[in-house]
Design a protein around this ligand. Structure first.
Ligand code: ZN
Ligand code: ZN
Length: 261
């Protein structure tokens, strides 16, 4: 029962046909069988050649068209009158034909199976190789990403260093700008006020100077730029923000503070 398909039905032996036989079939002396379509097509010409094994079929009984489900009347009469050994001989030959067909079909199935198995193994191998190469590519990309991340971290670090330095420079710049403004203001004030108290230079650290010179008895006046910025109008506003006040480090610091009042 290995091939259930072939146990009750034979298949047409015509190449690539393999249709189940029913109704009438064409059987040959070379033990091949064909469907009615292929048998009537192939065996109508002369000389007849078996499409399955290329045997020449020239004998009168080399090709027989057989009814596969014969009538009761036919079955009752076809072997009637023959000796038992002849009946058995005929039956044995018919059974041999059948078992040959089943065997051929089984060989064909095994061949197809092994071919499919080979193809499957080849595809599996190919897929495994593809997977491996993908894995390699993936690992390479992961490595690339990791190194790019490192580079990015490095750049971030450098960026924060640089921006910190920039902020520091800005602070220094603003401090210098403040000192510069103070100096300019002082020169303008000198231009309109006392001319004999020119400062030698401005101390770089204003706060230190302030701490040293500021006295509680006489707090230094605060000079401030008015809303009109660099104009010649200055106001001495004691209450103004301390960022604008300054002090000159001059030989006579007590006389260095000048206002227009
Ligand atoms: Zn056929
Ligand atoms: Zn044949």
């Amino acid at each position: 029962m290995a091939m259930p398909l072939c146990d009750d039905t034979l298949l047409c032996n015509f190449p690539k046909c393999r249709s189940k036989l029913s109704g009438f079939a064409w059987v040959t002396a070379c033990s091949h069988v064909f469907c009615d379509q292929h048998g009537s097509g192939e065996f109508s010409r002369s000389p007849a050649i078996c499409p399955a094994c290329s045997s020449a079929l020239s004998g009168k009984l080399d090709i027989v068209r057989t009814e596969l489900s014969p009538s009761e009347e036919y079955k009752a009469m076809v072997l009637a009158g023959l000796r038992p050994d002849i009946v058995l001989d005929i039956s044995a030959r018919a059974l041999a034909f059948w078992s040959y067909q089943v065997h051929q079909e089984r060989m064909y199935q095994e061949y197809s199976l092994s071919r499919a198995d080979t193809q499957l193994k080849q595809m599996e191998k190919m897929l495994t190789q593809q997977n491996q190469s993908r894995e390699l590519e993936l690992n390479a990309m992961r490595g690339e990403i990791a190194s790019l991340k490192k580079v990015m971290e490095e750049y971030k670090r450098k960026y924060s260093d640089v921006s910190e330095k920039l902020m520091e420079r800005n602070r220094q710049y603003q401090k210098l700008q403040g000192l510069y403004d103070s100096l300019r203001l002082r020169n303008m004030v000198v231009g309109v006020g006392e001319r004999d108290a020119l400062p030698q230079h401005v101390h770089p650290d204003f706060h230190t100077v302030l701490a040293r010179h500021a006295t509680p008895q006489r707090s230094p006046p605060f000079l401030s730029l008015g809303p009109d910025g660099g104009s010649r109008f200055f106001s001495c506003l004691e209450a103004d923000a301390p960022k604008m006040f300054f002090q000159f480090n001059s030989p006579d610091a007590s006389r260095a503070f000048v206002s227009k009042h």
